[in-house]
Design a protein around this ligand. Sequence first.
Ligand code: ATP
Length: 231
Amino acid sequence: EQRTNILEFKGVSAGYGGVTVCRDVNLTVRPGEVVALIGANGAGKTTTMRTAVGELTPISGQARALGQTRRASLPQLAKRGLSYVTEERSMIMTLTAAENLRLAGVSADAACVIFPDLRPLLRRQAGLLSGGEQQMLTLARALARKPRLLLADELSLGLAPQIVSRLLAVVRSAATSDGVGVLLVEQHVRQVLEVADRVYVMRRGRVIREGTATEIAADLESVQRAYLMGD
Ligand code: ATP
């Protein structure tokens, strides 16, 4: 069981201070699969991600990432092969793309294998790259470190659909070709369903539905109606 699930939540409740946001969440991610977490704003997706990466400690239940359970910190998890990327621009904007990679201990060549389009941008200041280019750099930096588990929280927030597909295609290929297990939070539900294997639908802190991407896609209207209802 520990070998197959690189991320596993058993009855996890989590939140902030005295406020419980996520309740009784059960989920798993196995190597090589892309799992999507969808739901309306405020459903608890980011809280789930932050619990998975050790930024939040479960109030109850068990969250296990890469075999670590109790109070694993993000740096400890990173050492074991976890990468966490978010919509926040995580580069040092006054340094070049190449310098940002080097700071993370990643070679420019390794990053360009993942996104060849980064090659001509390496000497450019990160702050002068477009939002999409910055996120390609972020994803390349994360994947070049050969993680076993990638958690991506709205990596493509605010980006053009074409860039979203390119980022998602790279995520898919990391899972298929390199066996990376992926948990994705995305607003671009239709696009994410094209690359995901399985989906969890959250509403008001709970998982209200789960299924294969094919099942959820076939029933997307009713799924969206269910999670948007009353919110
Ligand atoms: P979004 O797509 O808007 O990011 P989400 O599904 O990721 O939504 P969360 O960010 O997990 O949802 O937020 C769920 C609830 O937790 C919201 O009601 C939010 O106000 C609350 N919340 C989020 N961060 C904090 C915090 N640092 N302190 C207190 N409450 C918070």
